[in-house]
Design a binder for this molecule. Structure first.
Ligand SMILES: [Zn+2]
Length: 277
């Protein structure tokens, strides 16, 4: 079986996208999975829209030409207002799928994606949710905002507003159900708690207890996460097990492209940090 590549939190870094594409060809990968926070950081509308239109569309065209399948998830730094634009772009390439809250079949494996994350201090709340009922909100950097196509809409009382939204636990439960969990891969931008896959600078864990419980109950073949770029450096861990499920969170290093080369038939995974310009 041909390998797959997993990258996450590329944040619009063109050289990292290019290196991923080159590696996909070099390693004869059948599939590339992008785990979210795909567009430039800074949450600026003009940067993200330009990135989708002038970079990502043509970039996907090259995967299409090479016959390499591509699954793209969004993350908390990707403005939700452009999800429709991402759909439009992906629709132009049969081999490219926008996986957020959707399921895609590749070979005899099903992939299911969730872009949403457990609430955090950052102001952009497009993809933030309470983890479960009774969630205790942490300190906030300011009033919450939601993106629109032209700007941001402020939410005066974020905890009250979040209380009207489904929790991560409920969002996980509402995802499409793969026919055979033992052959399913969940691509969940937020990492589970308690495994060292969610460690921020200073050593605190900010992962999702609801996600850990979900993986323990559903027992997919594999789960792929991102969100906390520095976690592997902080905890020394990028892979863990939840019962039979293997969970990977490679992070994303400032030193180069962090990428996992994986083989589902052997359940063999290698994390690399490759230099980029
Ligand atoms: Zn990120």
């Amino acid at each position: 079986m041909k390998p797959f590549l997993y990258v996450t939190d590329l944040h619009g870094h063109a050289a990292k996208y290019e290196r991923t594409f080159t590696l996909a060809k070099e390693s004869a990968a059948a599939l590339v999975i992008n785990g979210g926070d795909i567009s430039p950081s800074g949450r600026r509308h003009e940067d993200q829209e330009r990135f989708y239109r002038t970079f990502l569309g043509p970039h996907f065209a090259r995967y299409q030409e090479e016959g390499i399948r591509y699954l793209a998830l969004t993350g908390n730094d990707d403005l939700g207002a452009f999800d429709g634009l991402l759909d439009e772009i992906c629709a132009g390439y049969p081999l490219v799928t926008h996986l957020s809250r959707r399921m895609a079949q590749v070979g005899d494996h099903h992939f299911v994606g969730l872009d949403l994350v457990t609430d955090f201090p950052f102001r952009l709340k497009d993809r933030a949710r309470r983890d479960a009922a009774g969630f205790a909100f942490g300190p906030q950097f300011g009033a919450g905002v939601l993106s629109t196509r032209t700007g941001f809409r402020e939410i005066p009382d974020w905890p009250a507003y979040a209380g009207t939204l489904p929790t991560i636990e409920e969002e996980l439960g509402a995802l499409p159900k793969p026919p055979d969990p033992a052959r399913a891969v969940y691509v969940l931008h937020g990492p589970p708690s308690g495994l060292g896959l969610d460690t921020i600078r200073g050593g605190a864990g900010v992962g999702s207890a609801a996600t850990l419980a979900f993986l323990g109950r559903v027992q997919p073949l594999l789960s792929l996460h991102g969100h906390i770029h520095e976690s592997p450096e902080e905890s020394g861990t990028w892979r863990a097990k939840v019962g039979r499920t293997v969970s990977l969170q490679p992070g994303q290093s400032a030193a180069g492209l962090t990428v996992v080369i994986g083989r589902l038939d052997e359940m063999a995974f290698e994390r690399k940090i490759l230099p980029v310009e």
